[in-house]
Ligand binder design. Structure first.
Ligand SMILES: Nc1ncnc2c1ncn2[C@@H]1O[C@H](COP(=O)(O)OP(=O)(O)OP(=O)(O)O)[C@@H](O)[C@H]1O
Ligand SMILES: [Mg+2]
Length: 419
């Protein structure tokens, strides 16, 4: 019997590091078999705005998350796939073309690889600080025929590709590698979170019609746009829910953790029939002063301008591309990440973009519960790992390595346990 493919995905978030272990069930759905999470106060995860700011803290937290997911799963894992974000992540479109090599001009995997490399070299030489992390073919062109998704086996003289390249900062990637290596598991792949979140929440219909996926977490906002069933645009803003919490704390002069609670419990970006704007709630003060009461409408007046500001940044960025909102984005916006839980955020986006907005919850997952917007990136990384699983092993890069690393890790673990 074929060995079950198991993937562990880790999402290096600014508020929480989330780890999921999963495989595919008989229906092709992802079954979540292990789950670990560490939630931190601002800056305490070692990660801020998607960037690793404290290697030791991040390493310790990664280790804790892996251990608790393993405890759930009941087995040790040896390799992980990591989702990451940060302002240094962005995307661009390139194209390439090659002459089909085979004798009968039948397109093979080798031609696909050559044309991919050809498109990738168009952005080279890159500065030492930049690196192509993922090359996503948008579609292929065979001779005059455009928009072909699966060219292998087809006949043609000239093969072209339109590609979306995702780039990131080399040092940030090295920091991820350092943390994972210290934990003693093998880093199988890294997946930029705009891509991961989109993979988790959009379905085929949405990408065919065209959609914007926005994942707003605590410290970053990841953006991915699909046009004509292909990834067209990716970007990351280094701003997210933390700034809203900070605004609440500053204006209401209340501690950050209380502001966070208030945002989650009473926060709204848009007053509608589901919210009683007159509803009063208590705001704890600092410095021994007496608590006060304010209304949800007053809270909305603090939250809304910041959300509008972020939405307007995204709007302007996308308006500066060739995307035509009404023509290319039939499925509108899919809003995900923890901040998608904020009441009224979807309605405000609807107004600003004049597009329909849906809340993005991970699709096609069973087992342990991850059907919440904050799990989109981790589920997407898991999905990516499972979809590309065979490729990692075909490349022959990882044979024996995980076992070796695990053995070394076990050796050190035993050493400490025996002390
Ligand atoms: N019910 C809620 N109402 C309002 N905001 C919420 C709610 N639940 C979570 N959030 C906000 O979502 C954010 C955390 O989301 P998430 O877990 O997706 O972030 P992260 O992945 O750790 O960070 P990032 O992706 O930015 O690096 C926080 O700002 C939190 O306050
Ligand atoms: Mg996130």
């Amino acid at each position: 019997m074929e060995e079950e493919k198991i993937v562990m995905a880790l999402d290096l978030g600014s508020q929480s590091i989330k780890g999921l272990i999963g495989g595919l069930d008989e229906n092709g759905n992802i079954e979540i078999k292990g789950k670990g999470e560490i939630s931190c106060n601002v800056g305490n995860c070692g990660i801020s705005s998607g960037l690793i700011k404290n290697l030791e803290l991040t390493t310790n937290n990664i280790e804790k998350v892996i251990s608790s997911a393993e405890a759930h799963f009941g087995k040790k894992i040896e390799e992980i796939w990591v989702g990451f974000s940060g302002r240094h992540v962005d995307g661009l479109n390139e194209h390439g073309s090659v002459v089909v090599s085979g004798r009968d001009h039948e397109i093979s995997q080798d031609d696909i690889e050559r044309v991919t490399v050809q498109a990738k070299t168009k952005v080279e030489p890159l500065p030492e600080t930049r690196k192509v992390i993922k090359e996503i073919p948008r579609w292929f062109k065979i001779d005059g025929e455009d928009k072909i998704k699966k060219p292998i086996g087809m006949s043609g003289i000239k093969l072209g590709v339109k590609m979306h390249l995702l780039l990131a900062n080399t040092q940030q990637i090295k920091n991820i590698e350092k943390c994972v290596n210290k934990v003693g598991v093998y880093l199988n792949d890294i997946i930029p979170n705009p891509l991961a979140s989109a993979l988790a929440v959009k379905d085929k219909d949405a990408s065919e019609l065209g959609c914007i996926v926005i994942d707003m977490g605590a410290g970053t906002t990841d953006i991915a746009v699909y046009v004509e069933d292909a990834l067209f645009y990716t970007d990351v803003l280094d701003i997210g829910g933390n700034i809203v919490t900070k605004d609440i704390a500053t204006v209401l002069r209340t501690p950050r953790n209380k502001a966070e609670e208030i945002k989650r419990e009473y926060g709204t970006a848009f007053l509608d029939d589901y919210v009683d704007g007159e509803e009063m709630f208590e705001v704890p003060s600092v410095g021994g002063r007496k608590a006060r009461e304010i209304t949800r409408e007053e809270l909305c007046a603090i939250i809304r301008p910041r959300i509008e500001e972020i939405a307007n940044i995204i709007y302007s960025k996308l308006k500066n591309t060739t995307i035509n909102f009404q023509r290319d984005l039939g499925a509108g916006i899919i809003l995900t990440g923890g901040m998608a839980n904020l009441h009224g955020f979807d309605k405000l986006l609807e107004q600003i973009f004049d597009l329909p907005v849906a809340k993005g919850i991970p699709k096609g997952v069973d087992g342990l519960d991850v059907k919440k917007p904050e799990y989109s990136s981790s589920v997407g990384v898991l999905k990516y790992g499972l979809e590309h699983y065979d490729e990692y092993y075909k490349r022959g890069l990882f044979e024996d390595v995980p076992t070796f690393i695990r053995t070394v890790k076990d050796f050190f673990n035993n050493l400490f346990e025996n002390k």
